[in-house]
Design a protein around this ligand. Structure first.
Ligand code: CS2
Length: 507
């Protein structure tokens, strides 16, 4: 019991659920293991799985595996595996309690249990939201990152794998030896061709296993494991006290870990499941053979433009995405990058009309009630931006057009994460986390101006692939924008991009 103001509120759990007449409070037996148990999964896949189980039944309970943080896991455990999804539209808020979480684990402490669960025949699908850098891949080859010490650990040591890919492979190895039952690995991260990419990283990891471990395992994986591609979409901010208070006030119970989310939600999946799947259609999932088109559209038009809005916003003092896109100049830059530089590189799925999709995106980004922070979208740019920017930039450059706003996006990122000496990008940029911060900071400290710094960043090939580094004019333009941002301010850089903007034509 917790006391808020005059009221003593119960904490969410089985008793509260029963009292409120929530049908079937017990989760079904586990059929899915999810790696990366965080807010996105809890407001997306868990909600679809809940809808599937509520309307069609099935043993599709979820084993939620957090990577290293115990915080959410402890909280949901103490709430009988229940939590609230708070759907926030500007004009209304809705609450839902999914009942599909069967068990929770923390990989950093229970990796053997994770492996054992992946090996267990009742688990039929392993799903992942481990974010881009959780795939431990080497950007230039797309294969496993052999320079990563955790990967090396997992290749050499069988027990307690420390990377998600290591846990999957050790789980598959044990499964092959135990039942040999087929299974699917379903990536739900914002990576182009996420299923194919996961398969390539997994098989490359297996290839590098010492001794003769690879041979039988590769053949078994090829015949018994599928890696469907999927496109996931729902804006899910981080939880804060305002969300907890809203649940307390509106629902009459305390939930330490509610998940805020926008009303829009979309999941497009390739229907290639080796051992069955929940009827996710019940939650609105679309099974399609055009997943690649949906992915490309979402990754570039939504995520790519989102990055620009985040960096320009943070640099102009905007704490949230709606505050950023509420500035006319940022909205104009976002329209230009979306229609002029991203859209020409996208093959839209059948039936999608670009103008409608764009209008819907601006509506979603303008959801002020959601409070999605620029620092959240701007975090991890070193692994997000290459997925978003490279192909469209190379396409435009191939046609002799300088993609001004793609260069501005990269410059905005560099100015936020690795500011030149004497430039303060402000609190929202400081709040962005990025694994490349130390390395980029060192490059910035050695650079006298933006052009030198951009050259050093691209030459290092730590973030962007060599094809883009070879585009000298693009690299120089990124550097010029860094200089304009650092000396004249972000508003001048936005003006400069608008003045020089030339849309790419369709290839
Ligand atoms: C965002 C995404 O943080 C980011 O990079 O662009 O998390 C975005 O909100 C989701 O992909 C929406 O589906």
């Amino acid at each position: 019991m917790t006391t808020t103001g005059e009221h003593t509120l119960p904490t969410l759990g089985r008793d509260v659920a029963l009292e409120r007449g929530m049908a079937g409070t017990a989760a079904p037996s586990p059929g899915i293991l999810h790696l990366g148990y965080g807010n996105f999964h809890r407001a997306h896949q868990a909600v679809y799985t809940n809808a599937a189980v509520q309307s069609h039944g099935g043993d599709w309970g979820i084993v939620g595996v957090a990577n290293s943080s115990r915080e959410v896991v402890y909280a949901v455990e103490s709430q009988d595996h229940l939590y609230t999804v708070v759907t926030i539209a500007p004009e209304r808020t809705e609450f839902q309690v999914p009942r599909v979480l069967a068990e929770t684990l923390v990989a950093a402490q229970q990796a053997d249990r994770v492996v054992a669960q992946i090996a267990a025949a009742e688990i039929k699908i392993v799903t992942l939201t481990v974010t881009e850098h959780g795939y431990t891949f080497e950007p230039s080859t797309g294969g496993i990152d052999l320079a990563n010490p955790l990967v090396q650990h997992d290749l050499q040591v069988v027990d307690q794998p420390r990377t998600s890919i290591g846990q999957i492979v050790r789980g598959l190895q044990a499964r092959m030896r135990a039942s040999g039952a087929p299974i699917s690995i379903l990536s739900c991260d914002n990576l182009g061709g996420n299923g194919d990419r996961t398969r390539d990283i997994v098989t490359d990891f297996i290839d590098h296993l010492p001794g003769d471990q690879a041979r039988d395992l590769l053949t078994w994986v090829e015949s018994q494991v599928t890696f469907p591609n999927s496109m996931v979409d729902r804006i899910v901010p981080a939880t804060n006290d305002a969300h907890r208070d809203r649940v307390a006030t509106m629902c009459g119970y305390r939930d330490a870990v509610p998940v805020p989310a926008e009303p829009f939600t979309m999941w497009v999946i390739e229907d290639r499941f080796a051992a069955g799947r929940p009827r996710w259609e019940a939650g609105g999932a679309i099974f399609s053979t055009e997943v690649d088109r949906y992915e490309q559209m979402k990754l570039r038009l939504l995520n790519g433009t989102h990055s620009l809005i985040a960096y320009l916003g943070a640099l102009s003092g905007a704490e949230t995405i709606p505050a950023s896109v509420g500035q006319a100049a940022v909205a104009d830059a976002a329209h230009r990058v979306l229609t002029g530089e991203y859209l020409p590189s996208v093959d839209l799925p059948g039936g999608v009309i670009a103008a409608d999709y764009e209008r819907a995106l601006f509506g979603r980004w303008s959801n002020t009630a959601l409070g999605h922070r620029t620092s959240q979208v701007g975090s991890d740019g070193s692994v997000k931006l290459p997925q978003r920017v490279c192909t469209p930039a190379l396409q435009a450059l191939g046609e002799g057009v300088m993609p001004q706003h793609l260069a501005l996006s990269v410059a905005g990122y560099l100015a936020c994460i690795a500011p030149l000496d004497g430039f303060d990008p402000g609190p929202h940029a400081h709040a962005m986390s990025d694994p490349a911060r130390p390395a980029l900071g060192a490059l910035a400290a050695r650079s006298t101006d933006g052009r030198t710094m951009a050259r050093a960043v691209f030459e290092s090939e730590e973030i962007f692939p060599s094809e883009l580094a070879a585009q000298g004019d693009f690299v120089a333009r990124v550097g010029e924008y860094v200089d304009i941002i650092s000396t004249a301010g972000v508003a001048s850089a936005i003006d400069e991009a608008a003045l020089t903007h030339q849309p790419t034509t369709r290839a």
